[in-house]
Design a protein around this ligand. Sequence first.
Ligand code: GLU
Length: 361
Amino acid sequence: MEQRMKTFGPGRTNTLLICFLLAAGAPRVAGASLPRIRILATGGTIAGAQSQVAGARFKSGVLSAEDLIASVPQLREIATVTTEQICNIGSQTMNNQIWLKLAKRLAEVLKDANIDGVVITHGTDTMEETAYFLDLVVKSDKPIVMVGAMRPASSMSADGPMNIYNAVALAANPEARSRGVLVVLSNEIHYAREVEKTNTTRMDAFESPNRGRAGVINDGEALLFARPDLKHGLRSEFSVNSLAELPSVEIVYSYANFGRDMIDFLAQKKVKGIILAGVGDGHTTEEAMAGLRDAVAQGVVVVRSTRVHSGVTRRNIEVNDDEMGSIASEELTPQKARILLMLGLTKTSSVKALQRYFFEY
Ligand code: GLU
């Protein structure tokens, strides 16, 4: 992990004073009264630029954390910002190993008494997954804010600078404490558990369809709504402290005429869990259902979720989970059900205990 850190700030009002103090050999104290925010950068469109590669018009993760901050000089008015580059990738290539590294580093940074809040810059494609993973394993009441952009930094009317400004302002806001991981884009604030990317290109691409948004934010001024009441963060049973890897859990996607080949393949590969991105309330074809039953009989944990982007997949509605030995994902999308199941499997393989996690988290 690259741990090069750079400090930005203080504000321009203090610049003359600092020059004087530095010239006089005095210790650097200016900016001490501003909130101290660490930015952990991971890449994405927010750090992306037009690409020189033939056939591809855009490349994620080109600019460094320092470049991003330099494009928003107004940050110096609201926080003393330090940066750290964790990785510089398009978030479509995010993986379990980077999640573990990021979660461990984030926990260390949050323990630092000189840090008041953390902002994580990230591609929008898998931001909701990283947000939920961190929400379940990082134990701190300090603000943790994830931010991305829909337009590359080099495009007309790039949204990244304003999004970063809002994210840093939110991370510096005491009202954002004890809310777990928050996601900020397009003047809206979302909870990690609720947020979903629902559009490929629109700037307001994120929604929280089931329980609603965490708040709104304009020019750094946040209005926060009700706090989440399900388990996460400090109340979570999950931790990455002693984990070097995560159990293998894969997702299968249902559609008309879906067969069982992919399910059989995964069971033969001895994956620990399969998430069904089912139709409707987490259902699938008779053939695929038979494949899932056989997978359960071979010791694979099966969780039923839905390809529908909102709503609840409940136990024993159209599928008899008691008889099948399956788990219902409740409100979790397939990609978030995968995260909770991976973490759940680090604690237990009991279907009853795993179902409890889906009721409580
Ligand atoms: N696919 C890239 C990523 O997720 C670009 C999308 C984005 O950041 O908006 O990093």
